[in-house]
Design a protein around this ligand. Structure first.
Ligand code: GLN
Length: 470
């Protein structure tokens, strides 16, 4: 092994910015650095379990923009020759023969894929406890959840004592929830900004690939790399490539901030609301103006989301039948018996619940009453946000209604109570607008998140506002 040009540097360096500067200057022996990172990762894995798979093969061209920066990837995003399971037993052992488009971009820029992070099976959850492999533990308190479904991404970001960025994914809040619970920064981009090619779908009309990291700069920097048009994803948007870090140079003077009162209502921890208000006042002191508003459609978001999401999910899961990839069984009996055996054995409880709910909601006779009605509500939610963004640059709210819950508290939640925890994240996710969660402060040593939302394709405003607060 080559000896690092500065051994101590590899141990001490924590920030992405410093890593990039030093690497550019040629101060770092990348292979040596990465082998140290792998040692540290093993220790973190023992303590907190953020990974389903750790990639121990240090190979690739570590140059360009990323210089070998360690990147963790949520397990629902395909990585060539690295096991990709979407957190499900039904995909155990699946080695994608290709990279998702965002991964191809990261590799092209010289990033190192550190491993595949733990998640709720196919993204079905809010606490990263519906897991077939490992349940990540919160680095602030190991008795508590990291949030979900991208729990492993939040966990490794908070725990990493080395420069690192996580690639995560959100359908209804899976980037915001773990960012809030782990005191990190999570950017969920506008739907269609980042190619979904190579993403194992949860609900195609809502899935978004995004970023979790320690600093706003890291998030803006990585977003600039993975965003952009991709002919392989028909929903990807044709927009010019941009360096989003430039939005960190702007200030919030004159910016208009809307504060939706429904996001501070019943079920929201008052202590979190208080911290969020302090941040809004901080923005005011920096020259922004705020005004309280009402988004009355918010109360319909959860029921509508859980109909649309499970309808799409149950359709997507139909392909896991034991014949194409992943888990299988000895072929015996008729097709129905064979499929049922593979699926009963390998899907978790929550996946089964969603298959049943989704199949029901799409059945002839119920389609109009449930699925089509939910789509109408979704349109109304989008219109309500659009109206708000005529007046406001950014909306501010708490990220999650609760502090990181303990595992024993989560185990006691009924499915409906569990779904209610998504009350603050579902509407913006359904609307496909971009959002960022950043630390608002701590309560009894536990992190609480501030959520900023903007109009479609206005990630720049989120980066400016989050940067000002940071
Ligand atoms: N908690 C939500 C759900 O279970 C959202 C999860 C996600 O964004 N993948 O559907």
């Amino acid at each position: 092994m080559v000896i690092s040009k500065d051994q101590k540097l590899c141990d001490k360096m924590k920030s992405v910015k410093e890593f990039l500067q030093r690497a550019k200057a040629g101060d770092i022996d990348i292979e040596d650095f990465l082998s140290k990172v792998l040692e540290k990762t093993e220790k973190i894995q023992e303590k907190y379990q953020p990974f389903i798979t750790i990639n121990k093969k240090i190979e690739g061209k570590f140059s360009k923009k990323l210089f070998g920066l360690p990147i963790s990837v949520k397990d629902c995003i395909c990585t060539k020759d690295i096991q990709t399971t979407a957190g499900s037993k039904i995909l155990e052992g699946y080695m994608p023969p290709f990279d998702a488009s965002c991964i191809a971009k990261i590799k092209k820029e010289g990033g190192f894929i550190l491993g595949k992070t733990a998640q709720d099976e196919f993204g079905f959850g809010t606490f990263c406890t519906n897991c077939a492999y490992v349940v990540p533990k919160n680095p602030y308190d190991v008795e508590r959840s990291c949030g979900g479904s991208s729990g492993g991404a939040g966990c490794i970001t908070a725990a990493a004592d080395f420069p690192h960025i996580a690639i995560a994914e959100s359908t209804g809040g899976s980037i915001t929830a773990p960012a809030a619970f782990t005191g990190t920064i999570g950017l969920t981009p506008t739907y269609g900004r980042v190619s979904r090619f190579g993403l194992i779908d949860y609900a195609n009309s809502m899935d978004k690939i995004g970023v979790i990291a320690k600093e706003v700069f890291d998030v803006a920097f990585m977003f600039s790399i993975i965003a952009g048009y991709d002919p392989l994803d028909s929903t990807s948007q044709k927009l010019p490539e941009e360096d989003f870090t430039k939005y960190l140079d702007k200030d919030v003077k004159g910016m208009k901030i809307g504060v939706p009162k429904e996001y501070f209502g019943e079920g929201v921890d008052e202590r979190i609301a208080k911290l969020v208000w302090q941040k809004i006042k901080q923005l005011e002191s920096l020259g922004a103006h705020y005004e309280e508003i009402s988004l009355p459609m918010t109360k319909y978001a959860i029921p509508a989301y859980y109909i649309i999401a499970v309808s799409e999910a149950s359709t997507n899961l139909a392909k896991y039948c034991g014949m194409r990839y992943g888990a299988t069984e000895e072929i015996k009996g008729n097709f129905e018996e064979f499929f049922a055996k593979v699926r009963s054995k390998n899907f978790g409880e929550e996946a089964k619940r969603r298959i049943i709910l989704g199949t029901y909601a799409r059945m002839a006779g119920y389609r109009d009453a449930y699925y089509l009605k939910a789509l109408k509500i979704r349109t109304k939610i989008i219109q309500e946000f659009k109206q708000a963004f005529k007046k406001f640059d950014v909306l501010a709210a708490p990220s999650m209604p609760v502090l990181p819950l303990r595992f024993d508290e989560i185990a006691k939640l009924k499915p409906i109570e569990n779904y209610m925890m998504d009350i603050l994240t579902i509407a913006p996710n359904m609307a496909g607008i971009p959002m960022i969660s950043l630390p608002a402060g701590f309560i009894n040593g536990l992190p609480a998140g501030l959520h900023l939302m903007a109009d479609h394709f206005q990630e720049g405003k989120l980066i400016t506002t989050a940067g000002a607060i940071e």
